[in-house]
Write a protein that binds this ligand. Structure first.
Ligand SMILES: [Zn+2]
Length: 387
């Protein structure tokens, strides 16, 4: 039996300080009174105790992290970034197990304990990305857990052979099936969703669809996804990433869409990068929609930015959402923790007795300060082990 007592910290959500007792990888007590006579005691007085941070949308397979600086070489269009990715990844040794490991180590040091990553699957790269990410994740399995989305980055219907490879990825154990702009890239949203939802149903997989399409086209696709999710009963297992169209719509349309997403059980994941539209976090949360957060690309052929720090990412989400009040900024932290956990379908996540002891301690007085300052982490724990 191994026991750790985090003494004097303030678990997020509680009004005052409370000790957290961890026994055999699980939270065994919160507050005074627990028998901790055999525990290793760590004093975290005055610091904020959070559940492990959840990176809900990234692209580990693409990263150049840990290698030399590579100047960005794509033009300023989505098509240009896609062709830059296809044209240069072999030359730059992408995917690289070593670089994925380097990035995961960085994420872990920042307190991330769960990662969902979209891995390119197409006839050119095959399943090499899936295998590289799997190998890296196994190497670091004691520090964070990684689930993959088999992602048709270069088209599904429009890129022959991709659907079969996506199925191969799911057969090999990949946890989720991805989609990409069913109209804007794949030109046939109904057939695109047919393919994605059929694979999800056949393999019991989650769904996570990149949706950059804007305006009324994107809003219509969001409605299609909500309707399809309701019909198939896959609520709670479907995420739409980016959903720029929702950030562009007026508030009345945002609210109507949020009600539909909530009723169907569709989550929204956002990265809040560059000047791309950010879905309306407050409208979504008020309707009961799960909102998750991630970096998207981290130092790759799509762009040079990204640190792997989910508190910093939450700051970007809060800033892009023009959140100033503590209770609003806290919504961004919710997306980087509980929201991500719900989107990923994690069980035993949180700060309650019986939850898995995936914890991060931050020298901050509260959630808003942790997000705005995102200071160095004091302690990171995965399943009861201090890292
Ligand atoms: Zn992405």
């Amino acid at each position: 039996m191994t026991e750790v007592l985090l003494r004097g910290g303030r678990p997020w959500g509680l009004e005052g300080p409370a000790d957290v007792l961890v026994r055999d990888g699980v939270i065994a007590g919160v507050g005074a009174g627990a028998d901790a006579s055999r525990a290793r005691v760590v004093d975290v007085s005055g610091q904020l105790v959070l559940p492990g941070l959840v990176e809900a949308h990234c692209h580990l397979d693409k990263t150049l992290y840990g290698g030399p600086w590579i100047p960005h070489s794509a033009d300023d269009t989505l098509a240009g970034r896609m062709s830059n990715d296809l044209g240069r990844r072999a030359e730059l040794g992408v995917p690289s197990v070593e670089r994925v490991i380097a990035l995961l180590e960085r994420m872990s040091a920042f307190g991330t304990t769960h990662v969902r990553t979209h891995t390119d699957v197409d006839p050119a790269v095959g399943l090499r990305g899936v295998e590289a990410v799997r190998q890296a994740a196994e190497t670091l399995s004691g520090r964070l857990s990684v689930t993959q989305v088999a992602f048709p980055q270069h088209g599904l219907l429009t890129n022959p052979g991709t659907a079969d490879l996506l199925e191969e990825a799911l057969k090999s154990g990949v946890e989720a099936i991805g989609g990409l702009d069913p109209a804007g890239i794949d030109r046939d949203p109904v057939r695109h969703l047919d393919a994605v939802f059929e694979l999800a149903e056949a393999y019991g997989a989650h769904i996570d669809i990149h949706l950059h399409d804007g305006g009324s086209l994107g809003m219509w696709e969001l409605e299609l996804i909500a309707e399809r999710t309701a019909v198939t009963g896959l609520g709670g297992r479907v995420t739409v990433s980016h959903a720029y169209a929702m950030g562009q719509a007026d508030e009345a349309r945002q609210s109507r869409l949020a009600e539909k997403l909530a009723a169907a059980g569709v989550a929204i994941a956002t990265a809040a990068v560059y000047s791309f539209p950010v879905p309306a976090v407050k409208v979504l949360r008020a309707a009961g929609v799960t909102v998750a957060c991630g970096h998207d690309g981290i130092r790759d052929l799509w762009g040079p930015y990204g640190s792997g720090d989910m508190l910093e990412r939450a700051m970007h989400l809060a800033y892009r959402s023009t959140f100033r009040r503590d209770e609003d900024i806290e919504l961004a932290l919710e997306a980087a923790t509980y929201g991500g956990a719900r989107a990923l379908g994690l069980s035993g996540y949180g700060l309650a007795v019986g939850d898995r002891a995936d914890l991060v301690v931050v020298p901050a007085g509260g959630a808003a300060e942790a997000v705005v300052v995102h200071p160095p982490r004091t302690l990171v724990m995965k399943e009861g082990v201090i890292l």
